[in-house]
Structures are given as C-alpha cells and as structure tokens.
Design a protein around this ligand. Structure first.
Ligand code: FOL
Length: 217
C-alpha cells in the first residue's frame, strides 16, 4: 500500500479570494511575503529526511510557471512540477531525479501526484508537497479527498483592494457554521512551517496582510 501524498495549497489572496491579474500577481512589492513563501516551500520537514538528498515539491500550472520571472525558475531548492494538458507522458520513475529541481512536466494533478509517489517508493525522498497555483490547479486540488488536500497556507491581503481577474475557488470564512475548513492557531501554523510566523496584521509598502493556516475538518 502506497503512502498518501498530502498536499498543502499555498497562496496569497484578497478578501474576495483574488489571486491574480493579467497573468501575474495583483500586487507588487510584497518582498517579505514572497520571502516567506520561498522559505516555507523550501524548508524540509523534521522527520527522516536529514542527510538524504530530499527536496520539497512545488506543483503549479503552466500559466503560473510562465508568470515566474525566468531568473527565478525553476524555483530553486524545490522539485518543480508543471502541469500542462499538452504533455502526453510523464517521466518514468527510473529517470534521474538527483535532487534536481526540474521542471518535471505532467498532464494532470493526478499524474503529478503519481510521479511523486513513484519517487517516494524509490530512494528519492520527497518532503512536503505544495500546490502553488493558479486558479485551475487549486480548483483541481480542492476536489481531491480531504486526506489528500488537507491544508491551506493563506496570506490574506486585507487592504488596499486590488483588482483581480483570477480567484481561488473557495471562500474561507472564520465563522462559517458547519464549514469543512477551519482556521488553525498561530502555534499550529508555526509548527507546520517550522518557524515563528509574525502574528497579526503585517504592513509592507502600505499593503496590509496576515499569515493564516486552514485545515479540513
Ligand atoms: N503564495 C504566497 N503566500 N505568496 C505568493 O506570492 C505566491 N505566489 C504564487 C503562489 N503562491 C504564493 C505564484 N507566483 C515566485 C513568483 C511568482 C509566484 C511564485 C513564486 C518567485 O519568483 N519566487 C522566488 C522568490 C523570488 C524572490 O525572492 O523575490 C522563490 O524562490 O520562491
């Protein structure tokens, strides 16, 4: 029986869950927030992986890949998996991984997960697995069983209001009765990301935002 791959969705979104505009992010200049994204997606889990050539994985859609500045991609220190419907085969499990960052192409989120499962069965250690967008890929992740799509690391952009043309396809509301998603405590966020995350409203270049973690009940 194969170990389940747990996905963590990572995103920054406005109050209306806006995540993108014109193929990029709706805002510029959130440097500390982007540094948080980079640290959190790179940092390996504590258990077992030390001393091995392990990497976390970042799964993204082709449009998100295109939106990353060429000098930053593949995102360094992470296995990059890019989903595109025009990809017809995935690399066989025997192809070299060598703690290299990819990108590895896959034609669906399911294929990307299958690839990571094959890597785990071999000696290649895969740490945490993050889904980093965009809207279509988040949507595909959110319809997977809750044992797979477990957690959302949300940076909630509070103000100002930014124009957006792409949205995260789920509302996350603090008080929603019977909602299957619940906001976790600061301690639980710190534990998962492996660092002390600043609490409360952060301000960067006049933009206010807050670091949050949500999990499925
Ligand atoms: N999640 C969060 N919290 N913030 C984001 O900005 C974000 N962005 C995406 C997905 N999840 C997110 C998708 N867009 C880079 C650029 C765009 C992007 C994701 C990553 C990027 O260039 N990242 C570099 C950091 C470069 C730098 O230090 O400025 C990396 O190494 O991660």
């Amino acid at each position: 029986i194969l170990p389940t791959i747990e996905l963590t969705l990572v995103l920054a979104a406005t109050r209306d869950m806006g995540i993108g505009l014109n193929g990029g992010l709706p805002w510029t200049g959130l440097k500390k927030e982007m540094a948080y994204f980079a640290r959190v997606t790179k940092r390996l889990p504590d258990k077992q992986l030390t001393g091995t050539k392990a990497l976390n994985a970042v799964i993204m859609g082709r449009k998100t890949w295109d939106s990353i500045p060429p000098k930053f991609r593949p995102l360094k220190g992470r296995l990059n998996i890019v989903i595109s419907r025009s990809v017809t085969s995935i690399p066989s499990a025997s192809e070299k991984f060598e703690s290299d960052e990819g990108p590895v192409m896959a034609s669906s989120l399911e294929q990307a997960i299958n690839y990571l499962r094959q890597q785990q069965q071999r000696e290649h250690k895969v740490g945490k697995v993050f889904v980093i967008g965009g809207g279509q890929i988040y949507g595909a992740a959110l319809v997977l069983p809750k044992e797979v799509s477990k957690r959302i690391l949300l940076t909630r952009v509070l103000s100002p209001e930014f124009e957006c043309d792409t949205f995260f396809p789920l509302e996350l509301k603090d008080e929603a009765a019977g909602s299957e998603w619940e906001r976790k405590s600061k301690e639980e966020l710190n534990e998962f990301v492996g660092e002390e995350v600043p609490e409360g409203v952060q301000v960067e270049n006049g933009t206010e935002y807050e670091y949050q973690m949500w999990e499925r009940r």
